[in-house]
Design a protein around this ligand. Sequence first.
Ligand code: UD1
Length: 417
Amino acid sequence: MSFFEIQGSTPLSGQVRIHGSKNAVLPMMAATILHRGTTILTNVPRILDVFWMIGILKTLGCQVWFEEDVLTIDASVVTSTIIPQYLAEKMRSSIIFLGPLLGRCNKASLWYPGGCSIGSRPIDLHAEVLRAMGAKIQEDGEHLDVTAETLSGCTFSFRFASVGATENAIMCAVNANGKTVLNNVAREPEIRDLCRMLVKMGAKIDGIGSSKLVIEGNSQLHNSSFRVPPDRIVAATYLSAVTVCGGRIQLCEVPVYDLRAVLAVLQKCGCRFRKRKSGLDVWCYQRPWAVPYTKTQVYPGFPTDVQSLLMTVLSKAEGVSVIEETIFEARFHTALQLQRMGADIQINHSYAQIRGVVSLHGADVTAMDLRGGAALTIAGVSAEGKTIVRAVEHVFRGYESLERDLAAMGANIVLKQ
Ligand code: UD1
């Protein structure tokens, strides 16, 4: 098992380019099978989840080439509609093949998806919307079989704006007969990006970026290429890092608009930034300030994916902060690891009360999930002494090289086996 060895506490200084977005590229990769031809994605991050998705695409019969950041997928032929257990278990995002496989082949078969252990991740909303389009779903507790004689457009309102269920519904609707109207859809930037890519492929989608999407089915799709936008959560990681470690950094290719909720909270902590043509200058020269109350919410609210990172920042803030987690209950398990580094955090159901300490100290900690692993890593960079972060395979799922980027900003961090 690999681990990070970090010698803290270093202020940050330097420049880093934000790589392509994980949560944008995964549904885009799944969407390529809607088209009986070739799709090219550029600015694709070389992260573990992308490699698992390539594994799934190849299993389905697609031809895939991945050179540098260019991913070419030829889905002229799909020979299988089964996502094998070992791949489905690796990543939650395997569920994102349900809509496209159904749209392309009228059937799909997969094991319940795995991924981060951040709480129960049901798929009832995915099932509801696909049923509304004519799918029949058989479940046996471990395995899903989905079939549809015909897929018809429908009007459907989500009880909760699930990101994955919205993506599945959009991709299925692109190949369904007639018009689909989806109300109360998730508005995360990655959904906007997926829609833009589908439109470039030839799909007809109205309302992109809003909570109501109208999709005309059965469009003629064609070969196309699309650049994956930069990763807002990776950018939020380095914004959090400079806020907790202090210093001044330049981030290139930052999706500033998509980050406004994160920037607003970090600004309250004392982080300052200036927009530049090529990105963002970010600095923080004093101990962070507490933020009395932050609640994770669906976009455009404060993202659950940045919650553990904010918790690290607030662990060293002057004063008392409260975070309420409303999306994934188990994300607070990173608090137990931060406590080993001297953080004063009390968890009460979905609330975390954080009493900031002047400094964290190095410790031997374990990443429990992807963003929690990143949060512990930046905590290590800001802490006094040596920190070991174990189970960093979680981190590889979403960061090309967290240690390379942090080292480029002056952190003393090495990856060891
Ligand atoms: C996506 C993101 C993840 C992010 C999350 C919320 C990707 C690959 N992952 O995950 O990084 O943290 O959005 O912004 O894009 N739910 C149900 N039933 C369902 C589906 C979801 O109850 O059928 C619940 C979940 O348990 C959770 C909430 O809805 O409490 C949010 O889930 P969802 O928006 O679906 O997140 P994901 O698509 O899994």
